[in-house]
Design a binder for this molecule. Structure first.
Ligand code: TMP
Length: 203
């Protein structure tokens, strides 16, 4: 008999919101496969380098959308779906919500088109739960070190639009999105997130 399908939890949020730390802590608690986007596969990691490297310079927003979608397609097909089918929990640091926030709200592409490209890339796979870590721009700025990547340097207006893009998704999909204050102490936040996961997926 094949095992029950595992669950996919995605962490989302703007720059330096603390999601990588929280994704790792939740994955440890759940003994989950921990992965990230763009990345998680050799091809995805190469796409990540293109996306974040200053040498890439300006990219047309459609190119940017297709790059992250290509990384997502490879990630879902070769890492996420096989793990879920084997009954594993999967925790991913970013997923489709980031494309809607960054390429949709941030770059200004139509949200329905970005959503459709992402749906095609994932062959319809949706997270069972999305954890959004919201932080004020001042907190995000104070946490970012010196060497900012291509997207971190995209400007305040862009990042405010991204943050709003995440909040809108959380409000529209309250059934499977939950928002936490990313400025809370790390251990308190980790305990709250773990409690929410246990509440939603008992046993
Ligand atoms: P980070 O997750 O380490 O912060 O870096 C990933 C960067 O890639 C971040 O600036 C957001 C960006 N990104 C997109 O623009 N669209 C996407 O769909 C994904 C997954 C990430």
């Amino acid at each position: 008999m094949s095992p029950a399908r595992g669950h996919l939890v995605a962490f989302e949020g703007g720059e330096a919101c603390g999601k990588s730390t929280q994704a790792r802590l939740l994955a440890e608690r759940l003994d989950a496969v921990l992965t990230r986007e763009p990345g998680g596969t050799p091809t995805g990691e190469q796409i990540r380098t293109i996306l974040l490297d200053h040498d890439t310079g300006d990219l047309d927003p459609r190119t940017e959308t297709l790059l992250v979608a290509a990384a997502r397609a490879e990630h879902v097909a070769t890492v996420i779906r096989p793990a879920l089918e084997a009954g594993r929990w999967v925790v991913t640091d970013r997923f489709s919500g980031s494309s809607l926030a960054y390429q949709g709200a941030g770059r200004g592409l139509p949200l329905d088109e970005v959503a459709e490209i992402s749906r095609w890339a994932t062959a319809g796979l949706e997270p069972d739960l999305v954890v959004l870590l919201d932080v004020a721009p001042e907190v995000s700025a104070s946490r970012q070190g010196g060497g900012r990547d291509r997207l971190e340097e995209a400007g305040d207006e862009f990042h405010l639009a991204v943050a709003e893009g995440f909040r809108k998704q959380a409000a529209e999909h309250a059934d499977h999105w939950v928002t936490f204050d990313g400025a809370r102490p790390i251990e308190d936040l980790a305990a709250e997130i773990a409690a929410e996961v246990s509440r939603r997926f008992p046993g």
